[in-house]
Ligand binder design. Structure first.
Ligand code: GLC
Length: 424
């Protein structure tokens, strides 16, 4: 779907969003966009499941079960579950990751070796909350439970590389905000590498070579947790990844209550993550911490608002964050929320996570506004996000100044989260 007239009508917008999700459904999962992203991506699927929970409940469940089928025995949920029929058309495809050669990877599906922000427990909460039938809802939670517990255990053990209770990302792709300026410094510290692989013109920057180099180093170390801890050159504690993790811990606590399990361990995990976020990443704003350099990365991006998802964030911190959001992200842009603060040298209105506005981060901030009872902010985020999709269609991202659509069309999470915005 491209820019269409008539999307200002809610019923038409809803129909169009469902059409996109139906077209992107492969029979077992939803691809982010036909052509450009022809496999299943982890946090994309969580957003899709959230959007489908009220409209296509069984498909929302199937979406997550397909992702869980890609889980490694370590508990790691991979960021991509490959559709074998599509082969190598997406780079890097299965031949780069070689998951089949790793004993911890599943046998029936091929996957990447990295993870992505752990949104899945939140998605299961949505599915549970909006299920048409309570028994089926509990049945699904029980089925998903072991995967969620294993995922959280993996993050708390194999990924606590800083030893202070936060999960580290070990590749920019794990952040979900792939080319965010927050990763420029840790990437620049890597040796310059060159690979002769099939590139499109837009991929010729050296950061892309470094992405591939990092992935190959981890693969060649056999995806070994000891290597990650002691040798891997990229290790970052990211406020968005950990804010989402905290939010998922709260979701697990509530789901535990529903299935008769003990919520206390999940509440304690949320408390630990909150204390570590404040103790390690807060310096008047939340910044990512480069564990290899031993310092905070001083770039303000939309990821710095991840901890706002936490209902337990102290009021003074919330106030400072909201003020920062209003003055440096919302005020200067006509179509918020830019992915990088507008006055930063690295800001670029047209390049993915270096400036454009995205529906998923807008939706996460909208959630955060709800959590803290910030009604005006909540209304503004909902209205401006719906304005983006009504005017430009379900694009991958949007110019934060003029709202022009960027990246691919008919993008799944833009459609799915529009459904959730419309429903509430
Ligand atoms: C890009 C985005 C990432 C997303 C993926 C599939 O890599 O940066 O967040 O998961 O595309 O949509």
């Amino acid at each position: 779907m491209d820019v269409r007239s008539g999307l200002d009508d809610d019923a038409t917008l809803e129909r169009a969003a469902l059409d996109v999700l139906d077209a992107n459904w492969t029979g077992s999962a939803t691809v982010p966009a036909v052509g450009r992203y022809p496999h299943q991506w982890s946090w994309d699927s969580a957003f899709v499941a959230i959007g489908l929970a009220r409209r296509r409940w069984s498909r929302a469940c199937a979406e997550l079960l397909s992702l869980f089928a890609g889980q490694w025995s370590t508990g790691m949920l991979p960021h991509i579950v490959f559709d074998r029929a599509t082969g190598e058309s997406y780079y890097p495809g299965p031949s780069l990751w070689r998951s089949a050669a790793c004993a911890a990877a599943p046998r029936r599906v091929v996957t990447s070796g990295l993870t992505q922000p752990p949104m899945q427990a939140c998605a299961v909460w949505w599915i549970w909350r909006y299920a048409p039938d309570r028994d089926e809802a509990l049945g699904f939670v029980r089925r998903a439970w072991p995967s969620l517990i294993a995922q959280h255990h993996y993050l708390a053990s194999a990924r606590d590389l800083g030893g202070a209770g936060l999960a580290a990302i070990i590749h920019p792709w794990e952040s979900g905000l792939d080319d965010s300026p927050a990763w420029d410094a840790p990437l620049a510290a890597l040796p310059l590498v060159r690979y002769a692989y099939a590139l499109e013109a837009w991929q010729t920057d050296s950061n892309h070579d470094r992405y591939v180099w990092l992935a190959m180093r981890y693969r060649d170390a056999g995806y070994d947790p000891g290597y990650l801890r002691d040798e891997h050159p990229f290790a970052v504690e990211d406020p968005l990844f950990n804010g989402i993790w905290l939010s998922s811990c709260m979701a697990l606590a509530e789901l535990a209550g529903a299935i008769g399990a003990d919520p206390a361990p999940f509440e304690e995990a949320a408390d630990r993550i909150r204390a570590a976020l404040l103790g390690r990443l807060w310096n008047g704003a939340f910044y990512a911490r480069d564990l290899r350099a031993g310092s905070l990365i001083p770039v303000c991006t939309v990821g710095g608002f991840g901890p706002l998802l936490d209902p337990g964030m102290p009021g003074q911190v919330v106030d400072v964050l909201v003020q920062l959001l209003e003055s440096r992200f919302l005020g200067p842009s006509g179509y918020p929320v830019p992915s990088c603060e507008v006055r930063a040298l690295e800001f670029d209105r047209s390049t993915y996570w270096r400036g454009p506005s995205w529906v998923n981060t807008n939706w996460l901030l909208w959630q955060a506004a709800e959590v803290h009872g910030l009604d005006a902010l909540r209304s503004l985020l909902a209205a401006s996000t719906l304005r983006l999709v009504r005017q430009a269609g379900f694009r991958e991202c949007f110019d934060p100044f003029d709202g022009m659509g960027r990246g691919c069309r008919d993008f799944s999470w833009s459609a799915a989260l529009t459904l959730d915005l419309l429903a509430r």
